[in-house]
Design a binder for this molecule. Structure first.
Ligand code: ME8
Length: 485
């Protein structure tokens, strides 16, 4: 059985989850569900980045002990997964012992290899990014990610010889096509060429929060060195070793460098196999603006689920935003897609066809089929788009088929047909709906469940996307799938 190991970034728990976190988890879930549909052995990991100093700072501000604060907030991210119908197989937190142990082991291994040395660091540090910057990285003296001035830090630190692995990293990115889509691969390659790789500060001195550095008790491990290892430590449990290397690390564009340069370097140094793909998505904006607490435009995904429904939100985010690009979130656009595509195109199709079946047949038996409609389904195209991570284009192709089915009903005036002709058309239409339901199940899983219940069948796999599989349908029409908003 082919395995498929997919991860999301692990989220900082300094604040509540926002729509960007929801977007990333939904994309990963669609891919995980798609690979399960292909009957692969899927392992899907998400979790939280507990050890960041920004979490500690937020806890202090809230006047809550740090551990208590991160525990409370990590629960919100777990809850978000439940609300979004995310099928993660594991949820890792970097404060868990299973992770701490592996992070310390890898640090020690890299040190023993001679790739970590002690020195002194002084420079500009952005707490938001948990990273040092040089003047030229800044925009008008401010961090481009957080739009705040970094603070000056000077302290003893251990350094990782990132520069030693530059050639290997470039080779990996080039030969294995590690980073996808291409614009994000090119971003990394040109940055590597222009700026090169400076050695990376990998510990902080005199901090109480964080993983203890195994070679020097005065230091804690720098949060990125610690956090990246989560992907590997989650596979060190008994039975999960087989999942490494990861097939896909799904991340947002702002943390590409850490995943496409620093992570491979840590793995090269510790002689662990490299992941297959760093899959980079764009950012969600609101009215073209970056989402941020300071901007006051943070959108609570759970509130959206409560108001519009989980499949509605999942569908909108995947369909609206071409994968890899930024996309704007607006409730107007969400409502339009719910009304036009979900309620009209899909909901009405199911309701219309099942009404006709119920009004005319107790049981709908397999008959001769309508080839003209069958040939409109382009499974290869959908499969190719999914394999190429073009989730929105896969949905476009599924929707092209849905629209063809709708057109076909009108063209053939199915409601006026009688006897054998009617049976033939209805059987083909119900088979179309069954296949549509399979193909949509990674995107809108609860809707698929509802459709299958009305059709009186079990959920299918990708291999069941063939016309003529069901010998007899006993249809029981249910409530409408989507209410208009
Ligand atoms: O970066 N739209 O955590 P995080 C879409 N802990 N995605 C967004 C986004 C937006 N507006 N804002 C952020 C971290 N993201 C680290 C990761 S991994 C070893 C450590 C994405 O909570 C972001 O790019 O700031 C990242 O992939 C994820 O959300 C978590 O962001």
């Amino acid at each position: 059985m082919k395995k498929f190991y997919i991860t999301t970034a692990i989220d900082y728990v300094n604040a509540d989850p926002h729509i960007g976190h929801a977007y990333e988890k939904i994309i990963a879930d669609v891919l995980a569900r798609w690979h399960r549909l292909k009957e692969e052995d899927v392992f899907f990991l998400t979790g939280t980045d507990d050890n960041a100093s920004k979490n500690e700072e937020a806890a202090k501000k809230a006047n809550i002990p740090v551990k208590e604060f991160v525990d409370k907030n990590a629960k919100k991210f777990e809850q978000l997964c439940k609300e979004l119908n995310i099928t993660n197989d594991d949820f890792i937190r970097t404060t868990e012992q299973r992770h701490v142990k592996v992070a310390q082991e890898i640090f020690k291994k890299v040190f023993d290899k001679g790739d970590i040395y002690k020195d002194y660091y002084e420079g500009l540090y952005c707490k938001g990014c948990e990273a040092f910057y040089t003047e030229k990285d800044l925009t008008n003296g401010k961090c481009p990610e957080h739009n705040v001035e970094p603070e000056f830090l000077k302290e003893e630190s251990y350094f990782f010889k990132l520069s030693k692995y530059k050639k290997d990293i470039i080779k990996l990115i080039r030969q294995q096509n590690l980073v996808y889509p291409d614009q994000w691969r090119n971003e990394i390659l040109s940055r590597l060429e222009k700026e090169g790789t400076k050695d990376l500060s990998v510990t902080r001195i005199n901090r109480s929060w964080g993983i203890k550095c195994p070679i020097d008790g005065k230091h804690v491990i720098y949060v990125w060195f610690d956090a990246l290892i989560n992907y590997y430590s989650a596979t060190r449990n008994k039975g999960n070793e087989k999942y490494w290397p990861a097939d896909v690390h799904l991340i947002g564009k702002g943390i590409n460098w850490f995943h496409s340069v620093i992570w491979p370097a840590i793995l090269f140094s510790s002689e662990i196999e490299q992941p297959k793909k760093i899959l980079v998505h764009g950012y969600l904006t609101v009215n073209g603006q970056k989402i941020g607490k300071s901007l006051g435009n943070v959108i609570d995904p759970i509130n959206l689920v409560e108001r519009y429904g989980v499949d509605q939100l999942r569908y909108f985010l995947v369909r609206e935003i071409p994968f890899g690009e930024d996309g704007d979130f607006s409730e107007e656009a969400l409502k339009a897609r719910i009304n036009n595509e979900l309620a009209n195109d899909l909901g009405n199709l199911v309701s219309r066809v099942l009404t006709l079946v119920e009004n005319n047949f107790n049981k709908l038996k397999k008959t001769e089929m309508d080839d003209e409609l069958i040939k409109e389904l382009n499974l290869d195209e959908i499969n190719d788009r999914m394999n190429n991570f073009e989730l929105n284009n896969a949905l476009n192709e599924i929707w092209r088929f849905i629209n063809e089915v709708n057109k076909h009903i009108n063209k053939e005036k199915v409601w006026e047909l009688k006897g054998k002709e009617l049976e033939k058309h209805l059987y083909t239409l119900v088979e179309s709906i069954r296949i549509i339901s399979i193909l949509l199940s990674p995107f809108i899983p609860s809707t698929s469940d509802k459709i299958n219940k009305q059709l009186g069948i079990k959920n299918g796999n990708f291999k069941d996307c063939k016309f003529g599989l069901v010998k007899e349908y006993k249809i029981k029409k249910g409530k409408v799938l989507f209410n208009k908003v």
